[in-house]
Design a protein around this ligand. Sequence first.
Ligand SMILES: C[S@@+](CC[C@H](N)C(=O)[O-])C[C@H]1O[C@@H](n2cnc3c(N)ncnc32)[C@H](O)[C@@H]1O
Length: 329
Amino acid sequence: MNIDNKRANGRYYTCGNPFQLDPFKTWAIDSDLEHQVVLEPFAGAKNIPQLINSTHLKCQDWEYFDVEPGAEGIVQRDTLANFPKGFDVCITNPPWLARNSATRRGLPYPDETDYDDLYKYALEKCIVHCPWVAAIIPEAFIRSGLFLKRLCDFISLVPQRENKTNQTSNKRETSSMFEDTEHPVGLALFAPDITSDVRVWRNNLLLGTLSELRQHLPMPSNNRSIVFNDPNGNLGLYAIDNTVSASIRFCPPAELGEYKVRQQCRSITKIGVPWSVDIDMLNSHIATIREKTHDVFLTAFKGLRRDGKYRRRLDWALARSIIEVDHPE
Ligand SMILES: C[S@@+](CC[C@H](N)C(=O)[O-])C[C@H]1O[C@@H](n2cnc3c(N)ncnc32)[C@H](O)[C@@H]1O
């Protein structure tokens, strides 16, 4: 199947196994998984039940649906238009498709929703109809602010390096959640009742609750006198990690040499700040924020750094608030 056909239905099948992680096991006990008939509304080739079986977790039975079934025993149905009712537990990896990507590629995208990605629409359907929902979704979800009321846990799923050596390339292989993409993914766990906070995990490591982590962010800034992509700016910024380590940093603009600022570029820029900036201080703010928030609020890129973590990007809004912290009175 070609990549555009896969994209049209948001079809990237789950391959890693996030269901062996402790927070999922706790959720499975709380949801009484063992006695439930579980709904898989976007079943694909039934990978999720196989993964759950392989962790030795049990449920009473499964019901499968998909608009384009990829295996026997799946009911053919457009579940976005006609969502199956009467299930207490739903475990899925819904279709993902960014609206702008659909538009660019001429792929269909439902008119009924304003969400910018199909997974948000699909996830909303699951949460509205099922008290307990576990969904594999983009890692960026945790920064969207959506559906937090019943979200109890969010796990950033970082592929674990396997000690398996690829004979031809002689490189160590990394087990990925998907066959076709190494898009950063998370597992979101929802409960029936309103939750007081969201526990955020990296695999089995509890990083903190969302509100605890947010406390380490600087106050948001609207200071428009800080101008990004200013060719004559007095501050440089490498906004994306390199492939080796956490390398996002501010720098003197001269270090960027003849680099031409491009308006659309989100990786390297010059910034006009109407005061004299202390670059070392700004970089120490970045380091502290990264350490205390475990990068939860920085967008992850596909592909891991050499230190086994996702490459991250500092967006302009957070960069602006970091610069503003050192605004002289
Ligand atoms: C990301 S794949 C995941 C498949 C499976 N859940 C897994 O984890 O391997 C998403 C699936 O959603 C299905 N899908 C897309 N739009 C759908 C719709 N409107 N109704 C039902 N299934 C749909 C696709 O056919 C695809 O099999």
